[in-house]
Design a protein around this ligand. Structure first.
Ligand SMILES: [Zn+2]
Length: 326
């Protein structure tokens, strides 16, 4: 999560106690695992510390989606090594926020170290470490200074970016489809679909812990979030009436299936429609807030404290819908 501002990120700079954070390894299915930060006092994501990390392992090595906060890299890498001793070949970033890209540099470098046992004919690749793949807008935000200095050191930047709708790669015996979701949580969101394992890693487009975080300064919009949720739902093939089918690793929170994403999309759509209706009637932001368009969902997702309050959510929805109208 976190938010982009002219002076850096909000939400990532809270009192942090990384020492007491444990990284829990949870199998999703197939070759794909989820690493969850547990404990500590990091962020406000329902007790979890930082963003979820997705790991795919197999005969070709290791692919990692998102890299958490940098101080957790040692624990993240140790957790990865309980799954595979193979070289870390790829990092994919779902978006630019520091709780998802903070460990880029460390994980990338570990990729080069681990390749040490496997460098014959591949020395160049080994020297460069893992490739970091992201949508081009992620690189733009990491590298384009808002002041005089780039927000993120160049060693953490994506090394392989894509523009347009998607990027595909084949690794560990399965097709991996990286799909850009425009103007959603940010302007550089990607979801990552592991086609054989049948798992989707969503980044912060989808979480179980809070209202959709719309990072206005980073190009987020409520309609982009809903479009992204619809895309995730399109990709899911469930097994009705029993366990199975596509599983979903959210940006924050627990492992999910179709039902969870459907509920979340319904919430986002209903609140969007309520606010849209009030915008059409010419209501001011204060009037919209007073109408409490989130009321029935507040027990599940609402917050009056932290970096993403219910008020901020309503305001972001209002602003993106108002901007669209004019
Ligand atoms: Zn985020």
């Amino acid at each position: 999560m976190a938010l982009w501002t002219a002076t850096g990120f909000v939400g990532a700079q809270q009192p942090q106690n990384f020492d007491s954070v444990d990284i829990k390894v949870q199998p999703a299915q197939g070759n794909v695992y989820m690493l969850v930060g547990v404990g500590g006092n990091v962020g406000n994501a329902g007790g979890n510390a930082g963003g979820n990390v997705t790991v795919q392992v197999g005969k070709d090595g290791v692919l990692v989606v998102d890299t958490q906060y940098a101080p957790l890299s040692t624990k993240i890498l140790a957790a990865i090594r309980t799954l595979s001793q193979g070289p870390i070949r790829y990092v994919i970033n779902t978006h630019v926020h520091p709780d998802h890209v903070g460990g880029n540099e460390n994980v990338r470098k570990a990729g080069s170290t681990i390749a040490g046992g496997n460098v014959s004919g591949d020395i160049q690749d080994a020297a460069q470490g893992a490739q970091i793949i992201a949508h081009d807008n992620v690189l733009k935000r990491m590298s384009a200074p808002t002041g005089t200095q780039a927000p993120v050191p160049s060693a953490a930047w994506p090394t392989s970016t894509f523009v347009g709708e998607d990027k595909k790669l084949f690794f560990n015996g399965e097709g991996i489809h990286i799909l850009h979701q425009p103007a959603a949580h940010t302007d550089g969101d990607s979801i990552v679909f592991f086609r054989r394992s049948d798992v989707i890693s969503t980044g912060d487009l989808f979480t179980t812990t809070n209202y959709p975080v719309i990072d206005l300064a980073a190009g987020g919009t409520i309609n982009g979030i809903i479009d992204g949720l619809n895309k995730i739902i399109d990709l899911i093939i469930p097994v009705y009436g029993q366990e199975g089918g596509t599983l979903v690793i959210p940006g924050h929170g627990r492992l999910c299936d179709l039902g969870d994403v459907l509920n979340y999309r319904e919430m986002a759509t209903i609140i969007r429609d309520r606010v849209q209706d009030l915008v059409k009637k010419g209501r001011t932001l204060e009037q919209v807030k007073a109408a409490r368009p989130t009321r029935d969902y507040d027990p599940l997702y609402g917050s009056t404290t932290g970096f993403w309050t219910t008020d901020m959510f309503v305001e972001a929805v209002y602003k993106t819908l108002s901007a669209k109208k004019s």
